[in-house]
Design a protein around this ligand. Structure first.
Ligand code: FUB
Length: 344
């Protein structure tokens, strides 16, 4: 059940709404929920968190996931159906470990699951798996997407039917090691290879998908996130710079690029007038949740927008998360009311 209140709290945003949501799934740990309406149902494509023997570190070794389940609901906050395991790392020829945040897309009655995993060289790549059913199971492609790297793929379908894939994540997500266009690592530290504080922040990536949905359809481009003065957000601006968890939705004619700020723990958003940006920073969609990571999706169901996100209410452990949902409101001027999550 989900209750709303309008209590003030320590955050100072133009409009905030405090929200108490309960975990949608309690028999598995789930995170990074990418939600879509397919075939008149809400389908959720989350990460499947599991306890790990891996030593916890700043690259996220403890996020040691091995498979994906798909979930569906007939209506918001309705009964959740678990469609079972739809893809396992052992069935992906090129992947070895860490099946992180996935997303899914539909084209011509086929469904495509996009997922990051580490390859045999310990480098994150993006894979695709295909199904005739939004509930899977999904058949993986034998190789990762050509030229892919880093984590957190998210696919947006524009009104003309063109699909765009957004991705990237710094630190454990390795995006900082691709600044030259090739993998270049000066060490195992997740903080090596970052720009200096005064340099522009590392940019998330976008590319049109190929017609068959299996590859990039063009050379990846940088997503530029600007401040209100039109200047690129700087690497040292941890409150506003991109960290991971890209998502794009369109409301009226505005494109919203939302993302996690990582070590400052918000889901922030920036707006633009086309899918490539540039996007201008606007504010916070979701204030910090319980747990280190913050990762979301935004989807319209009927006339109402929802945010899907996670926290650690059930386990109290950063890497054993549980997904939730809450309504999301756009103001008449296009700004988004900041959601203040409450846990209990
Ligand atoms: O779930 C593993 C990683 O944690 C995701 O890929 C990130 O976005 C963060 O939520």
């Amino acid at each position: 059940s989900t209750e709303s209140t309008t209590e003030a709290d320590s955050f100072t945003h133009k409009d905030t709404i405090s929200y108490l949501s309960q975990p949608l799934i309690t028999d598995h740990f789930t995170a990074d929920p990418s939600a879509h309406v397919f075939e008149d149902k809400i389908y959720i494509y989350p990460s499947h968190d599991i306890p790990s023997s891996a030593q916890e570190d700043d690259t996220g070794a403890q996020y040691d996931m091995k498979d994906y389940h798909v979930y569906s609901m007939d209506s918001p906050n309705g009964k959740v159906t678990d469609h079972g395991e739809v893809l396992h790392v052992a069935d992906v020829a090129w992947a070895t470990k860490q099946m992180w945040a996935p997303d899914a897309a539909e084209k011509n009655g086929k469904y495509y699951l996009y997922f990051p995993a580490k390859d045999k060289e310990n480098i994150f790549r993006l894979g695709v798996a295909v199904s005739d059913d939004p509930a899977g199971p999904f058949e993986p492609q034998p190789a990762p997407m050509n030229g892919s790297f880093s984590i957190d793929p998210a696919v947006f379908e524009d009104r003309d039917g063109t699909h765009y894939i957004y991705w990237g994540g710094i630190w454990g997500g390795q995006l900082q090691k691709w600044r030259t266009g090739k993998y270049h690592s000066t060490g195992d530290s997740p903080f090596a290879d970052e720009p200096a504080d005064e340099e522009p922040a590392i940019a998330p990536k976008v590319a049109k998908l190929s017609g068959d949905m299996l590859e990039f359809g063009e050379k990846p481009k940088d997503i530029l996130i600007l401040d209100q003065a039109g200047e690129p957000i700087k690497a040292g601006d941890h409150d506003r710079r991109f960290f991971e968890a890209a998502w794009v939705h369109r409301h009226d004619d505005t494109y919203y690029f939302s993302y996690s700020t990582g070590d400052t723990h918000t889901i922030s958003y920036a707006t633009g007038d086309n899918p490539y940006g540039p996007f201008t920073y606007q504010g916070v969609v979701l204030a910090p949740v319980q747990g280190w990571t913050n990762h979301h999706s935004i989807v319209k169901v009927g006339d109402q927008w929802y945010i899907f996100y996670h926290d650690t209410q059930i386990s109290g452990k950063n890497y054993l998360r549980n997904i939730k949902m809450a309504p999301l409101q756009h103001n008449p001027d296009g700004s988004i009311q900041t959601i203040i999550p409450m846990e209990k």
